[in-house]
Design a protein around this ligand. Structure first.
Ligand SMILES: *Cc1c(COP(=O)(O)O)cnc(C)c1O
Length: 554
């Protein structure tokens, strides 16, 4: 018998396929499951502390600071952008603002992100599916030809890179559709564009009558749980769409989390994480393709891979048993599965599950943020990669010095500092040294399998000698003096402090002796020699499990 709810519900709701909430529930997996099913960013946000103060107040209906930060990020005016509760919400808002139930239609390529059709059906709009071409490539001409005569076509979606296949759509193709379908809004979903080499159409959308671009902080900025996205288009269109928003779409906590993620001091690490994800994606694709159970593996332009496999059912069971969550896409392509690119450790588990021998050594990487009233610092080091090196302390000479340390140390360093330079360079210089030392210490972990000791020497007329022991015991000695008080904005007296801070935060003995005539040379010699000494000390050597100490502890 029909229930009351069934009798009262709108037919469009009853016709909707329910989300398979149970299958996605955390309880279906153990707490340690490897989550590679939802294209989330595997790295937690770089924000800190409780953000609960002020929850007695309503948030701003359109949070001004966040709107401006997003507009700057995407290169548009604030009037061209409306902040939504994730890009999902933007899709819903557009459909509700523009589609009349029972009359209007929405076009989607197939396969693509399922939310477009879902929200359209919810609103009672017709969904017109246009199959993608061979290899899931999007072709503007095919799309336009299929949609030319559709009555009441209000929205045509294009997803680039496409979920779940990863295919990228060139901006020229999108604009070709926009020109040909002048009475339809073309909605370009750029949820994954940060992982792609395609340029964004955000700025173009702000100028055009019928292009809307969707953005989200869920994927690239690791904020899926905060629900922050936006729609970008010409100001009039955006103002009309915004009428369909609830009064206070974004919780204050989400606004704060987004502002923290977008802080200038965090930018370097976000870019570094994106670069790692892309590198992992490109590394994994051929490895997974070599698995006997995989027919094809496409890397595409997102933070995920799309695989076609021989026996999806058996594979699903196997991965489930191993506690690895991936997304099976039976409607997208026969045997299609989508796997999010995770951390190196998570990806190693995936390779093992597909029977691909994984590369050996564990990652020696650390990220940390250090925020005080005086400085806000984010730093990432990877001892086994030489790139990238990106250092922005706000003190150009010091940037150059720390770059020497990383270059000669042979490790990757991303360090950004937003400090109180209006007072002087002291806090920034010292705090960056502390943060760098802490990150190096963390990346070294238990300090197994390393050289431990390092030393190095000369530079032109100056000579610096730096001796290091990564002993776990801080000790610092500095012998040398400088004539000038500053090199650029960098106070020469800080060099002594920097090595002291490094010794303390790394847990290392660092002895520096420098002499010569020119302060610039002498300072540079210290940092270069330190980098060289560090290179030897952190180098993997001998047995990876062996502690380089007869005491058995460092
Ligand atoms: C994940 C995803 C979204 C949703 O983003 P939210 O901001 O988390 O709602 C939008 N579009 C595509 C193609 C996605 O894969």
């Amino acid at each position: 018998m029909e229930s009351l709810a069934q009798r009262l519900a709108r037919p469009e709701i009853l016709a909707l396929e329910p989300f398979d909430i149970a299958a996605q529930a955390n309880a279906a997996f153990g707490p340690d499951a490897i989550k590679l099913d939802a294209n989330e960013n595997p790295y937690p946000p770089l924000s800190d502390g409780p953000l609960v103060a002020g929850l007695n107040r309503y948030p701003e209906p359109q949070p001004e600071r966040l709107t401006r930060a997003l507009a700057a990020l995407y290169g548009v005016d604030r009037e061209s952008l409306v902040v939504t509760r994730g890009a999902d919400d933007a899709i819903d808002v557009l459909v509700r603002a523009f589609c009349r139930p029972g009359e209007d239609a929405v076009a989607v390529p197939a396969p693509t992100f399922s939310a477009y059709a879902h929200f359209a059906k919810l609103q009672g709009a017709r969904v017109v599916e246009v199959p993608l071409g061979a290899g899931f490539d999007f072709d503007a001409e095919t799309y336009v030809a299929a949609l030319g005569d559709v009555p009441g076509l209000k929205l045509a979606f294009i997803c680039s890179p496409n979920n779940p296949t990863g295919n990228e759509v060139a901006p020229s193709q999108v604009l070709e559709v926009a020109d040909a379908l002048a009475d339809t809004l073309i909605v370009l979903d750029e949820a994954y564009l940060d992982f792609s080499s395609m340029p964004s159409l955000a700025a173009e959308a702000a100028k055009r009558p019928n292009v809307v671009v969707l953005k989200t902080l869920s994927k690239a900025f690791g904020l899926a749980g905060a629900r922050v996205g936006c729609a970008i288009g010409n100001p009039e269109l955006i103002a009309i769409a915004a009428r369909a928003l609830p009064p206070y779409p974004l919780p204050s906590l989400s606004i704060e989390a987004a502002m923290a993620a977008l802080a200038p001091s965090r930018r370097g690490i976000h870019e570094d994480r994106i670069a790692r994800t892309i590198a992992e994606r490109e590394r994994l694709a051929p490895l997974l393709a070599s698995s006997p159970i995989v027919r094809s593996a496409r890397s595409g332009g997102g933070n995920f891979l799309f695989l076609e496999v021989e026996e999806p059912h058996a594979l699903a069971q196997k991965l489930h048993a191993l506690g690895i969550r991936v997304r099976f896409r039976p409607n997208a392509a026969p045997g299609g599965i989508r796997i999010t690119v995770g951390t190196e450790a998570e990806n190693a588990a995936v390779l093992a599950a597909f029977g691909v021998p994984a590369a050996a050594a564990p990652v020696r990487r650390a990220e940390l943020v250090r925020d005080t009233k005086e400085t806000k610092i984010a730093v990432a080091v990877d001892l086994d990669r030489a790139a990238p090196r990106r250092i922005e302390t706000g003190v150009p000479f010091y940037d150059h010095m720390l770059d020497q340390v990383a270059a000669h140390g042979g490790f990757s360093l991303t360090l950004t500092c937003d400090g109180d330079l209006d007072i002087d360079a002291h806090h920034s210089v010292e705090d960056c040294a502390i943060a760098l030392g802490s990150a190096l210490s963390r990346a070294l972990g238990e300090r197994r399998g390393i050289g431990r000791f390092g030393f190095a020497l000369p530079m032109d007329e100056a000579q610096a000698q730096v001796l290091i022991d990564l002993s776990g015991r801080p000790f610092s000695r500095f012998e040398g003096a400088f004539e000038a008080s500053h090199i650029g904005a960098y106070p020469t007296e800080m060099t002594r402090h920097v090595f002291r801070s490094l010794a303390d935060s790394m847990g290392a003995a660092i002895h520096v002796r420098v002499e010569g005539e020119n302060d610039h040379h002498k300072t540079e010699a210290c940092f270069k020699a330190f980098g060289r000494a560090l290179r030897q000390a952190v180098r993997r050597e001998g047995d990876a499990d062996q502690l380089p100490s007869t005491k058995g502890v460092l």
